[in-house]
Design a protein around this ligand. Structure first.
Ligand code: SF4
Ligand code: SF4
Length: 424
């Protein structure tokens, strides 16, 4: 019997969200709109243009691997194939919407004393002060109620985008484009206050608790069960079929919920932030299990022991480098991303950038992230910042590392200043 050919649409970074799909299907090829990827290999399969793929496999079914651009892909793809040939089809329509609002959310705490809140935005300076969030009065153990509160609040916000007045007015992420009629989240994040053993001077989480605090305080921030919330979201159909969960709440290696969270890796992509100051066997297991996928992100922020100690308030540079090497050199299914948050007067020098890339090399990192200290985002980009950003992107290119520009940097403006500095 002839088996049905499956084509994966989307050969970009977010295609790692296809983890569930990989278990179910063996694609004959990828299709991507980016012509620079055509006739290259991605996950061992050819990347073709849509017309090439349709001519080689005229009866194939399609699976869309990108969540962020899924609705736009559906609108394009349905011009060429019937919707029944798109495995993860959903109905889409043209309206005002925001991909961040409709596909991602993070739970946080403390906008209003004692309440949980859900946040959506990337934190770009252009919408600081007016970012929408959903305040949920809820207790620690009512996860079903929290999920229901999120769903209602998020849907109200989406509807409001098509009315005259709304909180997102003027935001560059607000687009008139194709969006889902029933938007589902592809990522739910945990950025709740939590326990952390590090003391970054730039930490913007005022509710971080240090291990030396009283038991009551440790219990108060440590008792929230993010996995129970994730399960409630899944039960209420809020999450997309292929979805990921992120943990950026304090230091995961000392969280009592970490084992439960790592168990989600059996069925979901996980994005984990850690300072890597403590070696964690569960984290190593996550990195070296071939069927697990996701990313470990470590904000190293420097390339020397002295800078590390000044920025993190801890003399643990060598320990972090050793742990990174163990995680990175043994990684199989997941990526290792090293972050550099540029902080004026602390690490905006070439020596630290050089040291950082040396650690990226030794630890077999796949990605580097350039970010800006949130406290400085309202200042114009300084000459020194532009110089460091240029060096950072050059080093990343030379090392063959994927460069991600993180929150709080207007990369268009930065690129223009780099050109100006070079007489362009
Ligand atoms: S403020 Fe901008 S990024 Fe945030 S939800 Fe609204 S449109 Fe999206
Ligand atoms: S590691 Fe993260 S949570 Fe901990 S102090 Fe630094 S920024 Fe804050």
């Amino acid at each position: 019997m002839k088996t049905q050919n499956i084509i994966f649409y989307g050969a970009g970074k977010t295609a790692r969200l296809t983890k569930d799909a990989y278990h179910k299907y063996d694609p004959v090829c990828f299709v991507d709109a980016d012509s620079s990827k055509h006739n290259t290999l991605f996950h061992g399969k050819r990347v073709l243009s849509l017309s090439q793929a349709l001519s080689e496999y005229p009866d194939a079914l399609f699976y869309i691997t990108t969540s962020r651009y899924k609705c736009q892909v559906i609108s394009q793809l349905t011009k060429h194939v019937e919707s029944r040939r798109i495995i993860n089809y959903e109905s889409v329509n043209k309206r005002f919407g925001c991909a961040l609002l409709e596909t991602t959310a993070a739970i946080t705490f403390g906008y209003t004393k004692g309440n949980f809140a859900f946040a959506f935005c990337c934190g770009h300076p252009s919408h600081r002060g007016g970012t929408p969030n959903i305040i949920c009065p809820s207790s620690y153990d009512d996860y079903t109620d929290l999920a229901a509160c999120f769903l209602q609040g998020r849907n109200n916000l989406i509807s409001s985008l098509n009315q005259e007045e709304h909180v997102c007015k003027g935001c560059p992420h607000l687009l008139f484009d194709y969006f889902s009629d029933n938007p589902k989240l592809s990522n739910l994040g945990n950025v709740l206050p939590a326990i952390c053993n590090v003391n970054c001077f730039y930490c913007n989480n005022p509710r971080i608790i240090r291990p030396g605090h009283s038991k009551d305080e440790l219990d108060r921030v440590g008792n929230f069960d993010f996995v129970a919330l994730a399960e409630a979201f899944m039960e209420q159909g809020i999450m997309a079929e292929s979805s990921s969960f992120s943990w950026a709440a304090g230091e995961i290696s000392i969280s009592k919920h970490r084992e439960k969270f790592f168990n989600l890796a059996h069925n979901h992509v996980l994005n984990i932030s850690s300072s890597a100051t403590i070696f964690d066997e569960l984290l190593l297991n996550f990195m070296q299990t071939p069927s697990f996928g996701g990313e470990l992100t470590v904000a190293l922020d420097c390339g020397s022991r002295e800078s590390f100690q000044r920025i993190k308030g801890l003399d643990a540079y060598q320990q972090v480098c050793d742990n990174l090497a163990k995680y990175g050199q043994n990684r199989v299914g997941s990526d290792l991303a090293l972050k550099y948050i540029v902080c004026e007067g602390y690490n905006d020098n070439e020596v630290d950038v050089e040291g950082f890339f040396e650690i990226a090399r030794i630890s077999n990192a796949s990605t580097v992230i350039l970010e800006r200290n949130q406290e400085e985002v309202h200042n114009p980009l300084s000459k020194q910042f532009v110089k460091i950003a240029e060096k950072f992107s050059t080093n990343a290119k030379e090392a063959g590392l994927l460069l991600r520009i993180g929150n709080f940097i207007d990369w268009q403006e930065c690129s223009r200043k780099i050109l100006e500095a070079n007489g362009g």
